[in-house]
Design a binder for this molecule. Structure first.
Ligand SMILES: Nc1nc2c(c(=O)[nH]1)N[C@H]1C(S)=C(S)[C@@H](COP(=O)(O)OP(=O)(O)OC[C@H]3O[C@@H](n4cnc5c(N)ncnc54)[C@H](O)[C@@H]3O)O[C@H]1N2
Ligand code: MOO
Length: 394
């Protein structure tokens, strides 16, 4: 049987690093910056006031209280601010340009708020409430480094520097296709022997959460010709095809039947759930064939595809945050397989509990879990209190 690590390498080797593309600031959220971002301007671009108040020369205020004429009014956005006349104050608003010659802001609360003259009661510390040019970012500085994951603050600083677009690693286009004659689209009536198709929605959401773009192809019955033509029709322009179902040992294994010896290699991986796996190419497009049991599909995605997709898209953090926590209940695990069990964290006690049984059809328990418990292949039993590896989901 193939080890989890061996299959993980086979899957990640299928994908090439995604290229750099420019996207709008809005579309950059969650993606990885492809190149260093160099500041084209200073931030702030000009000295400005941090408070609503009065711009003064500290040297013009020998004693207090003092009343000064107000020589100009400077709202934010004013473009024709003149120098400060000596012996006067300029009324100024937050973000407005400092008049040349002024070095200090007296905030309005420390004055009588006058518009013709202003009385200042106490000495302001010289230089206070002035935001200097380039105090935040200097022109030419690397403000964001290649590899940074772009979120609100990174988008904010890029916009503040005047960038309308950012160079990012292009999100992979991932096609998800479920197989199974028993499947019915949610919302339609369910006949005898039928179940609602859930894997494509679950996998597509997982693809999106991993940072890539998901496309769902309508599921196909266990029919090789239907499978091949659905894949050919839907796979134009995709970077990765992910299928679910049709890879185990029975008759009607449509994915296996269609692709064995035609670019995809099928193997048993020493894990539970997720034992039957396949990886290869369909007409040159990287392809990973996941088992159909819903929990197996999800676990396989987490173990193989999420890290591979993230590596191809340039993320440094490929795996889920992991901890070692004591179990609050015992666990049994099959010999010779790495077991991935659904878990629930108990933050107050610093423990993790298995959540539901090991069955790979127990989808509601997966939906209720916030952790994955990893039991190594050589271990068949763990007592309560034993430390285990725990991946934090979500
Ligand atoms: N004789 C053996 N039988 C099975 C073996 C084996 O080694 N020998 N392996 C078992 C394991 S482990 C798994 S996992 C499954 C994998 O089977 P397939 O990948 O071929 O998947 P299917 O047979 O098509 O479906 C399995 C199960 O999942 C349900 N399913 C499938 N697709 C969906 C979907 N899109 N949405 C919701 N549910 C889905 C399907 O109805 C089946 O119940 O094989 C075991 N058998
Ligand atoms: O390995 Mo299968 O994936 O148990 O359910």
């Amino acid at each position: 049987m193939r080890s989890v690590e061996e299959h993980a390498k086979i899957v990640s080797d299928l994908l090439s690093p995604s290229p750099s593309v420019n996207v709008s600031l809005h579309d950059a959220a969650g993606l990885v910056l492809a190149h260093d971002l160099i500041a084209p301007i200073d931030l702030p671009p000009f000295p400005n006031s941090a408070m609503d108040g009065y711009a003064v020369r500290a040297a013009d205020l020998p004693s207090f209280p003092i009343t000064l004429p107000v020589s100009q009014d400077i709202p934010a956005g004013r473009q024709d601010t003149g120098p400060l006349t000596p012996g006067t104050a300029a009324r100024i608003m937050t973000g407005a340009p400092m008049p040349d010659g002024a070095d200090t802001i007296v905030q309005v609360e420390k004055t009588d708020g006058g518009t013709e003259t202003v009385r200042i009661d106490d000495a302001p510390p010289a230089g206070i409430h002035v935001r200097t040019r380039g105090e935040d970012v200097r022109t030419g500085a690397v403000v964001l480094h290649a590899g940074a994951v772009i979120a609100g603050p990174q988008i904010g600083v890029a916009a503040a520097l005047g960038f309308a677009e950012l160079p990012v690693r292009r999100p992979l286009e991932v096609l998800v296709l479920s197989t199974g004659t028993e499947l019915v689209t949610p919302g339609q009536p369910l006949g005898p022997g039928q179940i609602y198709e859930s894997n494509s929605y679950m996998l597509a959401a997982s693809v999106t959460a991993a940072g890539a773009h998901a496309r769902i192809a309508h599921f196909v019955a266990d029919d090789v010709d239907a499978f091949n033509s659905a894949l050919s029709a839907a796979s134009t322009g995709v970077d990765l095809i992910v299928t679910s179902g049709g890879v185990s040992a029975g008759a009607y294994e449509v994915v296996k039947d269609a692709l064995t010896g035609r670019g995809v290699e099928f193997a048993k991986v020493a894990m539970q759930p997720g034992m039957p796996q396949g990886a290869g190419h369909f007409h040159g497009i990287p392809m990973v064939t996941l088992p159909g049991n819903p929990v197996s599909s999800y676990v396989s995605f987490e173990v193989f595809l999420r890290p591979a997709i993230r590596a191809a898209m340039g993320y440094e953090q490929l795996t889920r945050p992991a901890l070692r926590l004591p179990l609050s209940q015992p666990i049994d695990s099959p010999a010779g397989k790495r077991q991935f069990r659904r878990g629930v964290l108990d933050a107050a006690n610093g423990t993790v509990a298995p959540w539901g049984g090991p069955g790979s059809h127990l989808l509601s328990w997966l939906a209720g879990a916030d952790a994955m418990i990893v039991v190594e292949a050589g271990v068949t039993h763990l007592d309560a209190g034993a430390p285990v590896e725990v991946w934090l989901l979500g």
